[in-house]
Write a protein of this length. Structure first.
Length: 397
């Protein structure tokens, strides 16, 4: 990556206001950003009135010249630009380089030699470290770069080691983050005819989803959501979001789910084009199992079955919510939840809802008295204890 750094005294921070410690930033660079973005693909404002531009894949000197022209068009005459593959070299050249204006291009491989004659102060050490370096006679970046890392770290600590690396043009700062890759998408348009039945689009959707899943597998990702965008004959669009039970890159799983959605879609007009776009992705994560576990061989089949059930029937996962109701048949209530929420480890006491009253026995009375039919049976009296006859029970009775 090649960095382009621009600096102008007109964009330097204002001095603090009287009675405050707040430094007021000049808004000149804020007004220049839209114009600078028309020249460079990525522009970022840094500290101390610095503008960073990403020259990756472009001619750094040509890009820097175009950015300088933007400053000149805005009547900013005192501006200096520098290009280097190391951020610290580009920053030092732009802020402290020789000459009032113009462009400084640092050739690759000469960064350390370029920094050597500059004083250590251009690296912005703390006051304490600056005093220590002045005490041992280190005045320039070249003097600091000639020392070994061990002695610098022992004497000056972590800040000294960081300053030593900068003096050797070793800058690990990430000025620009990595550019995110566009999510996969596929589309197809036609003008000869229109289709009003969504089920007739299965053949086209099958080809588009196949291209998307192939791209996902090459990236090692799984799609979490897809949007089907139907271009209608009346120049309108109809969007429909498809979300499976879990993220996947399986062509068969997506087509099975899309077919079930197409059966429920009603389009207001004929279709002349379709676009399928991935909305969000996740990493392809495989759980590690025990090869000696007899159930591990059927784990994938069980997960596929559950995912298909969730896609067809919706949220069929339920969890119990218990109360302290005295009747056991009314004590538990089953609540439908999302699979991810239901699978979370929730303590049992968090699922218990406290009752409004403690359970107790109460007298239950009917609003009106009801007649009750009672059937009685005669019970034989027990044999008297004074009976001394040795006979059978029937004879005694």
């Amino acid at each position: 990556m090649t960095f382009v750094c621009l600096w102008t005294p007109a964009a330097a921070p204002y001095p603090p206001a009287i009675g405050t410690d707040i430094t007021r930033e000049n808004d000149l660079l804020q007004r220049l950003v839209p114009s600078l973005l028309g020249v460079a693909p990525r522009v970022m404002l840094g500290a101390n009135g610095i503008v960073w531009a990403d020259a990756r894949g472009m001619s750094a000197e040509s890009l820097a010249g175009s950015l300088l022209d933007v400053f000149y068009e805005k009547e900013v005459k005192k501006v200096r630009a520098a290009t280097s593959i190391t951020p610290i070299c580009a920053e030092v050249a732009a802020r402290h380089g020789y000459g009032k204006t113009g462009l400084v291009a640092i050739a690759p491989g000469s960064e350390r030699e370029y920094l050597a004659p500059f004083p250590v102060g251009v690296l912005e050490p703390s006051l304490f470290l600056s005093t220590l370096l002045d005490g041992i006679g280190v005045e320039s970046c070249g003097d600091l770069a000639r020392l070994d890392l061990e002695s610098v770290e022992v004497r000056f600590g972590g800040e000294g080691a960081r300053l030593w690396r900068l003096s050797r043009a070793d800058d690990s700062r990430r000025i620009f983050a990595s550019m995110p890759r566009a999510l996969p998408a596929a589309s197809l348009d036609w003008v000869e005819y229109t289709l009003k039945d969504p089920e007739r689009l299965v053949f086209i959707i099958n080809a588009l989803v196949g291209n998307i899943t192939t791209d996902l597998k090459s990236r090692g990702q799984c799609a979490r959501e897809m949007t089907m965008i139907f271009s209608l004959a009346n120049r309108e669009t109809f969007e429909h979001l498809v979300r499976p039970a879990r993220s996947t890159a399986s062509h068969k799983a997506w087509m099975r789910l899309i077919r079930s959605h197409l059966e429920r879609i009603t389009l207001p007009d004929g279709v002349v084009g379709i676009t399928i776009r991935v909305e969000s992705v996740t990493g392809e994560v495989e759980r590690q199992g025990d090869i000696f576990d007899r159930g591990f061989a059927t784990a994938n089949a069980a997960e596929e079955t559950i995912a298909q059930l969730l896609d067809d029937q919706g949220a069929v996962v339920v969890t119990p919510r218990n109360t302290q109701h005295p009747l056991i048949d009314r004590r538990t209530e089953w609540i439908s939840q999302e699979p991810a929420q239901a699978s979370a480890r929730i303590q049992l006491r968090e699922r218990v809802v406290k009752a409004t009253a403690a359970p107790s026995l109460t007298l239950q009375l009917l609003p009106e008295p009801r007649r009750i039919a009672v059937t009685t049976k005669r019970r034989l009296p027990p044999c008297r204890a004074s009976c001394t006859r040795k006979s059978s029970v029937s004879q005694c009775r």
